[in-house]
Design a protein around this ligand. Structure first.
Ligand SMILES: *Cc1c(COP(=O)(O)O)cnc(C)c1O
Length: 235
């Protein structure tokens, strides 16, 4: 039986080393890429192990599952990122229980998140999920509609527009992996030119984090490489 806590700590070190190596190789500032540990389907004990190994930011996809874990881990000063699709009727839950949302792709959702963000919390950090070519999921705003969504989100009082996110389809080689990440960076640059200050590009997962860092990722979302293969999703 492998000792899971040791292996989570050991894998975290490996992932941090991969990030540092990619920063160096691609001329990125050391420490400019943040590690988001994607803990979906992982038990609270795994999150505690990662926390003890120095990891503070965790990403969750499924809101019901996340709520149970957040309650059980309330004694830890964790930063929670919602990275999965959000139905409008779940906006309140997200606005109340998360620090970041990576998956805002429509104005109706953004308005609800802003309306429900509690006054005693800082504005909710928001990334716009973009459906670039080769996107694995159907979610995400199209590049053509991105500027309009950015304008609406930037005007909402309880949201802080931080940047863009994408989930490309798996690609065969490094150059192919880079292509959608480059597109997302170029969209971010376009928004910069339109006057939006965005400091965040959320892109790169266990299999393509180097390609994402090469193209300017500032948050990589890593699950499998930290926690091992995911157990089947409960409920
Ligand atoms: C599951 C998931 C990840 C992590 O994927 P790994 O390949 O396990 O690193 C990252 N981002 C999103 C949106 C996910 O759903």
């Amino acid at each position: 039986m492998p000792d899971n806590s040791t292996s989570i700590a050991a894998r975290l070190i490996q992932v941090r080393e991969r990030i540092a190596a990619a920063e160096q190789r691609f001329g990125r500032q050391p420490g400019s890429v943040r590690l988001l540990a994607v803990s979906k389907t992982q038990p609270p004990a795994a999150i505690r192990d990662a926390y003890r190994a120095g990891q503070h930011a965790f990403g969750e996809n499924y809101l019901q599952e996340a709520a149970a874990k957040q309650a059980g881990l309330a004694d830890l000063p964790l930063e929670w990122h919602c990275i999965g699709p959000v139905q409008a009727n779940k906006a309140r839950n997200v606005a109340e229980h998360f620090d970041w949302v990576h998956s805002v792709d429509r104005i109706r959702l953004a308005r609800r998140l802003s309306a429900y963000r509690p006054e005693n919390l800082p504005p909710l950090n928001v990334l716009l999920q973009v459906n670039i070519s080769g996107e694995a999921s159907k979610s995400g705003v199209s590049p053509a509609e991105l500027s309009e969504l950015a304008a609406e989100v930037a005007a909402l009082p309880r949201l802080r527009l931080r940047g863009l996110m994408c989930i490309p389809a798996p690609a065969a080689d490094f150059e192919q992996q880079r292509r959608p990440f480059r597109q997302l960076r170029e969209l971010r640059d376009r928004l910069h030119n339109e006057g939006y200050i965005m400091d965040t590009l959320s892109m790169g997962m266990s299999d393509d984090l180097e390609a994402a860092i090469a193209e300017g990722a500032t948050i990589v979302r890593i699950g499998t490489a930290i926690f091992g293969a995911r157990p089947p999703r409960a409920a």
